[in-house]
Design a protein around this ligand. Structure first.
Ligand code: ADP
Length: 242
C-alpha cells in the first residue's frame, strides 16, 4: 500500500562533472511504499541521480530529503545510516568475506544494536529470501553474476532501508534469472519497501513500477503510470533518437 507521505523529495537537483551537466534540475517525489522506475536513453542521468541520492557523488545544487531530513550535503555513509540502501550495476561485495559475512556486515549496520546471534539470524533470513541458501560460506568470487546481484540485494535489504535504490539489477541476467529477479522485487515490494530502480528492460519497468520517471538530457521528461508513459509518443521519440 502506498502511503500519503513522501520518503524521497528531490528538488531542483543539478550535477555537473566539469563542463558536463549530467542533471539539469530534477524534481521527484516518491511516496512511502511506492515503486518508481527510472528510465531514459543512455547518458540521460539515471545512474547519476541514484549516485547523488545515495551520496556517492555530491550534488552541485538543489536539495534532497529522505523521510523529511535533508541529506543533500551528507557523505554516503551518513545517508546509508539514514535509511538509504543501494545496489550497483556492477556488484561490489566485500571480496574477502563470505556471503554470510557480507550480509552480517550489512545487517549489523541496519538498526539498533542486537546480539550477534540476532544479527546472524537476520542475515540468514535475507540469504534465504534472495535464494542464496547453501551459499553462506562461499566467497563472492565463487558466485555467478545472478548470485552476486542477489547478494547485493540481500545486503541492501539487511540494512532495513527506508528507501532502496536499485541500479540495473536485471542487466546481464538470462530470461529465467530475469523472471526470478522480478519475482524477488515483487516480494520486496510486498513488504512495503519504497524503491527507485533504474532499468532498461521495459517488461520489468511496466510490471514493477507504480510510476515511471523518464529522464532525458538530465531533466525529468515524463512522469506517470507505466503504460501511459511508455506509450507516450514524446517518450517513444526520445528512445528512437527523435
Ligand atoms: P545513464 O545512467 O542515464 O546512462 P549517467 O547518469 O551514467 O546516464 O550519465 C549522465 C552523463 O553524466 C553522461 O554524459 C555521463 O558521461 C556523465 N557522467 C556520469 N558519471 C560521470 C563521472 N563520474 N564523471 C564524468 N562524467 C560522468
Amino acid at each position: 500500500p502506498i502511503k500519503d507521505r513522501n520518503i524521497l523529495e528531490v528538488r531542483a537537483v543539478t550535477k555537473r562533472f566539469g563542463g558536463l551537466q549530467a542533471l539539469a534540475g530534477v524534481d521527484l517525489d516518491v511516496r512511502e511504499g511506492e515503486i518508481v522506475g527510472l528510465v531514459g536513453p543512455n547518458g540521460s542521468g539515471k545512474t547519476t541521480l541514484i549516485n547523488v541520492i545515495s551520496g556517492h557523488y555530491p550534488l552541485t545544487t538543489g536539495t534532497i530529503a529522505v523521510d523529511g531530513v535533508q541529506i543533500g550535503a551528507l557523505p554516503a555513509h551518513d545517508i546509508a545510516r539514514r535509511g538509504v540502501a543501494r545496489t550497483y550495476q556492477i556488484p561490489r561485495p566485500f571480496t574477502n568475506m563470505t556471503v554470510l559475512e557480507n550480509v552480517v556486515a550489512a545487517a549489523a549496520f541496519g538498526g539498533p544494536s542486537r546480539s550477534s546471534k540476532e544479527i546472524r539470524d537476520e542475515a540468514l533470513h535475507w540469504i534465504g529470501f534472495t535464494g542464496l541458501s547453501g551459499k553462506e560460506e562461499v566467497l563472492p568470487a565463487g558466485l555467478n553474476l545472478h548470485e552476486r546481484k542477489f547478494l547485493e540485494l540481500a545486503r541492501a535489504l539487511a540494512a532495513k532501508p527506508k528507501l532502496l535504490l536499485l541500479d540495473e539489477v536485471l542487466s546481464g541476467l538470462n530470461p529465467t534469472e530475469v523472471d526470478n529477479a522480478i519475482q524477488l522485487v515483487r516480494a520486496i515490494r510486498a513488504q512495503g519497501a519504497t524503491i527507485v530502480f533504474v532499468e532498461h528492460l521495459m517488461r520489468a519497468v511496466v510490471e514493477l513500477s507504480d510510476r515511471v520517471a523518464v529522464l532525458n538530457e538530465g531533466r525529468l521528461f515524463a512522469l506517470g503510470a507505466p503504460r501511459e508513459v511508455m506509450r507516450d509518443p514524446r517518450v517513444v521519440s526520445i528512445y528512437l533518437g527523435k
